[in-house]
Design a protein around this ligand. Structure first.
Ligand code: ADP
Length: 158
């Protein structure tokens, strides 16, 4: 069984902020049964983007991604739940939004590869680094969520 305290990092990207999709994205996570443990709006600078997108920093499209990600604030969200990294990746859909499955955030809300509404951590290891990158420890909240009684069965909550 996975860890119910697993955490992941989501960014609502500038296209999501500009298109008024912040609430739509957060609502999907809340109705799924996930716990929001941190949330804030922030502007990203080139240094943090170079670190965050190190795996694509040598791609020809990186300068465009970097300037897009600096074109308006983003909303950073830290979510907690059982196997949450994988659960959120499934909710987000594949990178190329116009081919993403219907029902996913990208499949329902976007058409582009670059403007694909959300970023989500792609592994537990990266999630830990990304949560640290975007949140100070005092911006993450450890609290009980009463609906967990109905979201998970007992052995999943253990
Ligand atoms: P994901 O966000 O699905 O994990 P990647 O980590 O591969 O995808 O890429 C990071 C981000 O870089 C993507 O979400 C997208 O915004 C942008 N990107 C990836 N590939 C391309 C591309 N071929 N052209 C333009 N932007 C891209």
């Amino acid at each position: 069984m996975g860890n119910i305290k697993e955490r992941t990092l989501v960014l609502v990207k500038p296209d999501g902020v500009q298109r008024g999709l912040i609430g739509n994205v957060i609502q999907r996570f809340e109705t799924k049964g996930l716990k929001v443990v941190g949330i804030k709006m922030m502007s990203l600078d080139e240094a943090v983007l170079r670190e965050h997108y190190a795996h694509i920093a040598d791609k020809p499209f990186f300068p465009g991604v970097s300037s897009f990600m600096r074109s308006s604030p983003v909303v950073a969200i830290c979510l907690e739940g059982l196997d949450v990294v994988n659960a959120i990746r499934i909710l987000c859909g594949i990178t190329k939004a116009r081919e993403a499955d219907a029902g996913t955030i990208r499949g329902d809300l976007a058409m582009s590869v670059a403007c694909n509404v959300v970023h989500a951590s792609d592994s537990v290891e990266n999630a830990q680094a990304e949560v640290k990158r975007f949140f100070n420890p005092d911006q993450i909240f450890d609290y009980n969520k009463s609906e967990y009684m109905n979201v998970y069965v007992e052995d999943e909550r253990a």
